[in-house]
Design a protein around this ligand. Sequence first.
Ligand SMILES: [Zn+2]
Ligand SMILES: [Zn+2]
Length: 238
Amino acid sequence: MKRLIREIMFPARCVSCDKVLDYDRIHIGFCRKCHKKIRYACEPVCKKCGKVIDDFAKEYCLDCQKRTHNFVQSKGVYVYEGMIKQSMYRFKYSNRRCYRYTFSRDIIKVYGRWIKTLELDGIVPVPMYKKKQKVRGYNQAELIARQLSYDMGIPLYSDLVYRTRKTIPMKGLSDTERQKNLKNAFNFSKKALQLKRVLIIDDIYTTGSTLDSVAKVLHDAGVKEVYGLCMCVGKGYS
Ligand SMILES: [Zn+2]
Ligand SMILES: [Zn+2]
């Protein structure tokens, strides 16, 4: 009965278009129409950062041809375009914490096998500045990381890395400005020599500067190999 009331009061909605879902779509998270439109970041993708590229013959995106990263490899699940942009916005700012179930399921669907082959020792979400998290009530990257940790049975380390100061939103910043904005913005709470391989979780991958900064701190903490996984990723060609 309680469940029925909850379903009437708060019906499950499509992660993409926000319309109420038919009962048989609840476990998928997307309505039929949106599910057809969602573009998963599948091959060909950049072997380094996971951005979609336009040619199977190429190994790296334009960006990764020019620069190195502090992580071994990163993957993205959805291409950051169309309706999924609003979906990420709602997940971040409109308390749609329930999206984590769909996101974790889709991570496993697209990259579950890859994650298993990594034999990870832990999952680390990109941290939010504590004061900011208090105001918002949650850290969206941590929600995904926590759910994925639960679904895949990999330990979560949500306090290992923390944000040392407030940073300005990255949207609209150039690559150099992003790097400057993140300089010394993260630190580790304790050494983590027992962790050989770790996966960082974030919501959107743009230039990789956030993953690079967190990966550097994890290396300083003693982690050997760092990988990344972001819910959304851009296109790596123009
Ligand atoms: Zn929909
Ligand atoms: Zn790349």
